[in-house]
Design a protein around this ligand. Structure first.
Ligand code: GAP
Length: 454
């Protein structure tokens, strides 16, 4: 399935629209529509349930997006969160020099450790041309800052630079002491957060894959260094199980262990998914040593040491980070769920095979004949909507209505007909098998709730 097809389908059925579309859009921003917002919210709910609700040693926070700018000095972002960019003078497109070198050399050359001058020389020596226009007229390479800056202050000329956070995890580190104090948790424990991050990416694109504004689902596990590699291994396993349970098949997922590590790290790994654009990172699991808390301690002047109540030992905890993009995961789930299916009678249907837990609507309430059955159907819709997202449709023939639900991934269609009026039973059609069963109306809520549990 091509990415273009997913983009078109998302727009057509209300999953995702281009950002600011009536103004001809705003590059690499996307708005989730009525169906898409439900899908992404369900993705976030499943993550939170798995990693916070069902884990007694993980605590949630919702930290401010705008943080004290010292945070970004401590984290190293002010000094070094930048990419080497170069412009094609012919077509005016901007590219990441390191990516171009890695692509050109099929990953043989690791541009990460090269200076700008070394990269310029490599590009010149190998005559690497512009991927857009084929030209060979490059600007010099400059470091391009990835943090969006804005300013704070009410008096003109007295503004302070503040940053839109480029990752959510700093809100977890700066709240380490608060969460420890208020929960009285013993190490190991984790702090989790879901929220928006912003990056002025040089080469965003591929729909939701790389955007300038996106949501991250991140958690930091604070632990004793001696336990850290076991905890790292455990999150690698749990992160993979999570995406498999969300509907991504094992043969399209793989670990990618990093060879090059930050000086403070003992290990780092991505989980990659086979997107229509190829194998790409879905999430990361990082061993971060004591780097983050040590730096915040140094820059804030607040001791970040944990006091072990059993042994009286004092130490700065080691951090294991697990981080996954909500939009990127939603994109993977959209790509995976889509099928253009040829049915036994030769006709085709488009269907989204989402697991029921993430489907935007859980059940569609469909009166068989509008004038006879709509009143009862609306009554059922009102009742079931108290428990889960339902949709109601009384337009067109029943076959067309089924197709509309298939393509937005509604796992169940509930048809209201004369049997409902006379015997209080309804027909439930399964999206994937298209089989129908008859159920007493008072069993429907439990039946659906059982099926949509994650
Ligand atoms: N705190 C660690 C961190 O931010 P990262 O590898 O830069 O690590 C983690 O980002 C995850 O966030 C990625 O695996 C990806 O799922 C998502 N992500 C990162 N940049 C993104 C972007 N520009 N657009 C969409 N998702 C992005």
């Amino acid at each position: 399935m091509e990415m273009e097809k997913i983009v078109t389908l998302c727009k057509q059925y209300g999953f995702v629209f281009q950002g600011s579309e009536i103004y001809n859009g705003f590059a690499n921003t996307w708005d989730f529509g009525p169906v898409g917002v439900e899908l992404k919210n369900n993705v976030k709910k499943c993550w939170w349930k798995r990693f916070v609700q069902e884990d007694p040693k993980t605590y949630g926070v919702d930290a401010a997006i705008l943080m004290n700018p010292r945070t970004w000095e401590a984290s190293g972002h002010v000094g070094s969160f930048s990419d080497p960019k170069m412009d094609c003078k012919k077509c005016k497109q901007r590219f990441r020099a390191d990516n171009m070198i890695e692509e050109f050399s099929n990953g043989e050359v690791a541009a990460e450790g090269m200076t700008n001058e070394e990269m310029e020389k490599y590009i010149a020596d190998n005559h690497i041309t512009c991927p857009n226009c084929g030209g060979f007229d490059w600007s010099e390479i400059k470091q391009f800052k990835l943090m969006f800056e804005t300013s704070r202050g009410t008096v003109e000329g007295e503004k302070d630079t503040v940053y839109l956070r480029p990752e959510t995890c700093q809100g977890e580190y700066v709240n380490f002491l608060n969460v420890w104090r208020t929960t009285r948790a013993k190490i190991p424990f984790a702090i989790a957060q879901i929220g928006k991050s912003f990056r002025n990416e040089i080469t965003p694109g591929n729909f939701l894959f790389r955007t300038i504004e996106f949501e991250q689902m991140e958690l930091q596990k604070f632990c004793k260094d001696t336990d850290s590699m076991d905890i790292y291994a455990d999150y690698k396993k749990r992160a993979l199980e999570f995406v498999e349970d969300m509907g991504l098949p094992a043969d399209k997922l793989r670990y990618h262990d990093h060879d090059k590590l930050a000086h403070y790290a003992k290990a780092a790994c991505d989980i990659q998914y086979k997107f229509p654009i190829g194998w790409e990172e879905l999430n990361g699991i990082h061993h971060r040593g004591t780097w983050d808390l040590s730096r915040h301690s140094e820059f804030s002047g607040k001791p970040m040491e944990y006091l072990d109540p059993d042994t009286n030992e004092k130490y700065i905890p080691t951090v294991i980070e697990y981080s996954i993009g909500a939009d990127r995961l939603t994109l993977a789930l959209l790509c995976e769920a889509y099928e253009e299916q040829t049915l036994e009678d030769g006709s085709t249907r488009e269907v989204m095979h989402f697991i029921p837990a993430i489907a935007p609507y859980k059940v569609a309430i469909l009166p068989l004949i509008k004038k006879n059955h709509s009143e009862k159907a609306q009554e059922i819709y009102t009742e079931l909507s108290k428990y889960f997202m339902c949709t109601y449709d009384e337009t067109a023939n029943i076959g067309k209505r089924y197709r509309r639900e298939d393509v937005i991934g509604t796992p169940f269609c509930l048809t209201v007909d004369d049997e409902t009026l006379n015997n209080n039973t309804v027909t439930i059609r399964d999206r994937d098998t298209m089989e129908q069963i008859t159920l007493p109306l008072d069993e429907v809520k439990n039946y659906i709730e059982e099926k949509i549990r994650f």
